[in-house]
Design a protein around this ligand. Structure first.
Ligand SMILES: [Zn+2]
Length: 378
């Protein structure tokens, strides 16, 4: 299991200038390598690969003293990133997606550099960070400790809304299976609430996201109103970036807490798998929650791995149209908030759906409800 640990960096003014310069140099390298690929193909019909370009890196550094001042392996990673971009491009071509050709990247949006810890980026005894080509040591805000006995592998230095971060990828051994009291739960993405649990509990969409989203929309309108590329528009754009980062932070924090609670309280957790291709159109109503939902599922999955909790993803089709008590299909419009069945089952619509999700996971004794073969609106 690989976890990422992200920390804020507190840079001096000189370090910030140097980091910006480093990303600029890496961006130039990326664009030059892309240019080289395009020309090799146009003039000689050759598709360059990572190996070809990496073999030239040494000579490139000798000729370019700016690149020579930064980490060699981080520059290799820049070329690897280009390789990945091309691989993704060709993958989509193969699937017949008509993707856009890999593009040149503007410096303003080249926001990260990949390192190997111990090579170009080191963790000093002072608990500060040393990066080749950056003066002094960079202060790190260790808001949580790194897990004991871990070997640090990859690290990504990134910039977001004017702040700098380092993100360590840490590989953890899978935990020993833990015996836990059987306490299963099914979880449904609610239409009005964020999630509904088969236990009857619903978790409302946190107020802060709706409030912050409002402020964000207001600022985005300001950006649209102001003159293109004006100083005032740039200022408004920076505010949008700050607000989005703030919303994302709050959402992540909330997701961490909710996933912690779910994993602590339940031995088996069933989610709807919203990544199934070709979901019915009605699922769109839920897709507004999609980003938050995917994050929650991910957070539960990695916390579950070390807590001995079993996680299952089930087919979401028709979960809100099925009676969890008797299994009959009860079509509902989106406006119908309550599930009522002739068998006497009356439940909140989302809670009923969460129960169906739980049954589909087949954790315990149940009705063994199958996904309906016919697609029905969720
Ligand atoms: Zn029923």
């Amino acid at each position: 299991m690989v976890l990422s640990y992200k920390f804020r960096l507190f840079t001096t003014a000189a370090q910030e200038v140097a980091l910006t310069g480093m990303l600029g140099a890496f961006c130039d390298l990326y664009n030059a390598a892309l240019q080289q690929r395009i020309e090799a193909y146009r003039r000689r019909g050759i598709s360059l690969r990572y190996g070809n370009q990496a073999a030239e890196l040494k000579a490139v550094r000798e000729a370019d003293e700016r690149l020579a001042g930064y980490s060699f392996s981080a520059e290799q990673q820049v070329l690897r990133r280009l390789e990945k971009t091309f691989a993704a491009f060709f993958g989509r071509v193969k699937r017949g997606d008509r993707p856009g050709f890999p593009r040149f990247r503007p410096k303003a949006r080249f926001d990260s550099a990949d390192f190997r810890v111990g090579d170009g980026l080191t963790l000093r005894k002072s608990q500060k960070l040393g990066i080749v080509g950056i003066p002094g040591e960079i202060k790190v805000k260790w808001h949580r400790p790194l897990p004991d006995g871990t070997k640090l592998g990859a690290a990504v230095v990134s910039r977001k809304a004017g702040k700098w971060f380092v993100c360590f990828q840490i590989e953890l051994p899978d935990a020993e299976p833990v015996e836990r009291e059987f306490s299963p739960v099914g979880i449904d993405v609610g239409l009005t609430s964020l999630v509904a649990l088969s236990t009857g509990e619903t978790v409302p969409t946190p107020q802060f996201t709706t409030r912050a989203a409002k402020a964000l929309r207001r600022t985005q309108r300001t950006v649209a109103r102001r003159h293109r590329n004006s100083r005032r528009q740039r200022k408004a754009k920076a505010r949008v970036a700050r607000l989005s980062a703030h919303v994302a932070n709050q959402r992540r924090d909330f997701s961490h807490k909710l996933s912690r609670k779910l994993v602590d309280e339940h031995s088996h957790i069933a989610f709807e798998d919203l990544n199934i291709k070709g979901l019915a159109a009605g699922m769109l109503a839920k897709s507004v929650h999609n980003a938050a939902w995917n994050q929650l599922v991910q957070h539960v999955q990695y916390k579950a791995a070390s807590a001995g909790t079993v996680v299952a993803l089930v087919d979401p089709r028709g979960t809100s149209q099925t009676c969890p008590e008797c299994g009959t299909i009860k079509p509902k419009t989106l406006a119908q908030r309550t599930h009522r069945c002739e068998c006497g089952c009356v439940l909140d619509r989302d809670v009923a759906a969460a129960r169906v999700v739980l049954l589909r996971a087949g954790f315990g004794p149940g009705h063994g409800l199958q996904a309906p073969s016919q697609r029905v609106a969720a």
